[in-house]
Design a protein around this ligand. Structure first.
Ligand code: CP3
Length: 339
């Protein structure tokens, strides 16, 4: 059996568009909330058995075309020697503030980077049916560095942006180390059995184009080209960065994934000739209920050419999303030809 997600990535014609949902294994699912009553997020994500179980929860409930391994962008961070917690997002105990902090980051062998994630990938792949793709992922070097320097998610990340301006060399060394760590981490995921990888650059848009090109782009480009050597397709997701889309589109990736702020059919016409495009229903639409979800999904289906289009939200599904809206989205995708 072929995986329609992979077929679409390589721009083959398929019976319908593939669909998966960013953050599909999370708090909008009652089964997940039940597990969270007795276990912390850290406990769940650090146990291969729980991580496998949670990865499969949305697949058991919904007809989706990909599973994404239950982990976090922070999962490879403990092996760097950095301590953090979740509240509910990552909070770093001692954020990076100078060269000494960067020196202290541990350079480990790949077998020491989040071995629980590799176990969960192998277990999930063996339980997942053949036509469903398994996705691995990591945070982009910039997005991970954003948390490590700012210390937590923060509007516009002022500390991070000042740090880049005052300590560009320290930032350069930090990005270099994180990039190498992420390359090892993703390569291990590929060996463990993922079918594709997504690189989440959630905080892509914080910098000007000029600053991004000078400080960030070389690292992301190096990561993508190294992962390209594995022959597993790369999905590059950028969030809230309309001014950087053409630059991201020039980077090597099989799929460009974007948020809801931009017009998907325009993006596909501009950058989707030789690659697939993923997105981009506003997650807030689903919170508004199944009827609105249907209407807005149909607008995307009508305007976006299906060849090379992976349907998804423009960012992670919100915890307050009604399950009926997810059902409505799936129904629209599965019955597109009949409407
Ligand atoms: O279902 C999936 O997509 C797989 C698992 C996954 C999680 N985090 C689990 C999680 C994935 C792909 C991520 C990626 C992630 N984590 C990103 C990139 C994507 C994005 O949303 O932009 C970022 C920025 C993070 C950092 C992070 N981790 C935040 C901001 C939060 C808190 C709130 C939230 O859910 O967004 C987390 C914790 C986290 N990661 C939870 C889950 C299910 C919630 C933990 C809980 O149960 O309380």
């Amino acid at each position: 059996m072929k995986k329609i997600l992979l077929e679409t990535i390589y721009r083959k014609k398929t019976s319908r568009r593939p669909l998966w949902i960013m953050r599909q294994a999370g708090r909008y699912l009652p089964e997940y909330r039940t597990l969270r009553k007795t276990h912390s997020f850290k406990d769940l994500s650090r146990s291969p058995d729980f991580a496998t179980e949670v990865t499969l929860l949305p697949i058991k409930r919904f007809n989706l075309d990909a599973a994404i391994i239950f982990a976090d962008i922070m999962s490879p961070v403990p092996s760097l020697g950095i301590d953090f917690d979740f509240d509910p997002g990552p909070v770093i105990t001692n954020p990076i503030s100078d060269n000494k902090d960067v020196d202290k980051l541990i350079e480990t062998g790949s077998e020491e980077i989040a071995p629980e994630v590799m176990k969960a990938i192998a277990q999930t792949r063996s339980e997942l049916s053949n036509e469903i793709a398994l996705l691995g992922f990591c945070g982009a070097p910039w997005t991970l560095s954003a948390y490590l320097v700012e210390g937590k998610g923060n509007k516009d990340f002022p500390k991070l942006r000042s740090f880049l301006a005052s300590e560009p060399e320290v930032m350069e060394r930090l990005l270099e180390k994180i990039t190498l760590h992420m390359i090892s981490y993703l390569k291990s995921q590929v060996e463990a059995g993922v079918d594709a990888v997504q690189i989440f650059d959630s905080w892509a848009g914080l910098l000007s184009l000029d600053s991004w090109q000078r400080h960030i782009k070389p690292h992301l480009e190096f990561l993508l080209s190294e992962i390209g050597k594995t022959n597993v397709p790369r999905i590059l997701f950028l969030q809230n960065a309309p001014h950087l889309i053409s630059s991201y589109a020039a980077l090597p990736s099989e799929v460009l994934a974007i948020d809801w702020r931009v017009n998907l059919s325009e993006i596909k016409n501009l950058y989707g000739k030789n690659r697939a495009i993923q997105g981009n229903l506003d997650p807030a639409i689903l919170v508004a209920g199944p009827e609105v979800t249907r209407q807005e999904t149909r607008k995307i289906l009508k305007s976006v050419d299906p060849v090379g289009h992976i349907m998804n939200l423009g960012h992670g599904i919100m915890p307050s999303t009604p399950l009926e809206s997810v059902d409505a989205l799936i129904d629209e995708i599965h019955n597109e030809e009949n409407r």
